[in-house]
Design a binder for this molecule. Structure first.
Ligand code: NCD
Length: 307
């Protein structure tokens, strides 16, 4: 077994806590699990006998199913919690809820919550590892890891490559995780959004900020398009959604042959992406979803696997 198998993480709360070397080892583990997923059985039961709880206090399709499949492919048992229909309605606190679930015999929790910092809070108070599956507008570390892993699989090395991120930079936890991840993997970022959707401090980070899609994507190796996070926005970023689409939608005319197109999903076709781009030869959006299972297997294994 190579050195990647020896990678041990206590939790995965954010990209901030990962070193460049640990990220490299996670990609290496994901390569190994990606191969497993190509086999007919798709199983590597390294976590047999372990139990993973998925605590989702916010809606999710890809992330929840991807963590569930990742845990099951590794042989772990999986239990689900979703906020609707739970005793949260009866006034139970987040910590009490989590402690009660752990009392049933759980080895790791994967948490998605609208509260920024919820995963860090739980990691301080729970006796088991915590994996952040998205905490409010803060971080979504496994999404950024699977996006860059997808880029690496298609581009080879990430060093010196350019990724343009277009969309709601202000409210997107995916964007913030990428901002922290890019320097650790040698990616160059370009950022593109209406001025109202760029956090003011981001102008000082050294990455170019654009307010027009054309120049932002010109010459980039890949474009990551983000959804408008309407549920977190008090007001539309421009006068109307139609205006947003008119000025910030990524369209065929912006792209050049070979440029990879990524999106973490869910996509609002016709808003951030023109529907004709479904036929763009370099759409890698479903590859992201496929690679997400391998990356999450790598994360769960790095936390729970025995050395
Ligand atoms: C993202 C999220 O939930 O932050 N989606 C995802 O996890 N695949 C992005 C989004 O909701 O727009």
């Amino acid at each position: 077994m190579s050195e990647a198998s020896a990678l041990r993480l206590p939790h995965l709360l954010g990209i901030r806590e990962l070193s460049a070397e640990q990220i490299r080892q996670l990609y290496e583990l994901a390569d190994r699990f990606y191969e497993v997923l190509q086999q007919p059985t798709r199983k590597a039961p390294a976590l047999a006998g372990r139990t993973v709880a998925l605590l989702f206090f916010e809606s999710s399709t890809r992330t929840r199913l991807s963590f569930e499949l990742a845990a099951k492919r590794l042989g772990a048992d999986v239990v689900h919690f979703s906020a609707t229909g739970s005793s949260l309605d009866k006034g139970e606190s987040l910590l009490d809820t989590a402690l009660n679930i752990l009392a049933m015999g759980v080895d790791l929790v994967v948490v998605r919550h609208k509260g920024v910092g919820t995963c860090h809070f739980l990691a301080r108070h729970l006796p088991v590892p915590v994996v952040n599956a998205g905490d409010g507008t803060h971080e979504h570390p496994t999404q950024a890891l699977l996006d860059t892993y997808t880029l690496q699989r298609h581009l080879g090395s990430l060093e010196g490559r350019t990724l343009t991120i277009v969309g709601d930079l202000f409210h997107s936890r995916v964007a913030l995780s990428h901002l922290i991840l890019a320097p650790k993997v040698g990616l160059r970022l370009r950022l593109c959004a209406p001025p109202t959707l760029v956090p003011p401090l981001w102008y000082r980070l050294g990455w170019p900020v654009y307010h027009r899609v054309g120049p932002a994507v010109e010459g980039a190796d890949a474009i990551l398009v983000l959804r408008m996070q309407r549920e977190r926005q008090a007001f539309p970023p421009l006068a109307s959604w139609e205006e947003y689409a008119r000025f910030y939608q990524v369209r065929l005319e912006h792209l050049r042959p070979g440029q990879l197109l990524l999106h973490p999903g869910p996509i609002n076709w016709g808003v951030e992406l023109h529907p004709s781009l479904q036929a763009w030869p370099e759409v890698r959006i479903l590859d992201q979803v496929t690679h997400g299972v391998a990356i999450r297997m790598a994360v769960l294994y790095a936390i729970l696997g025995s050395p």
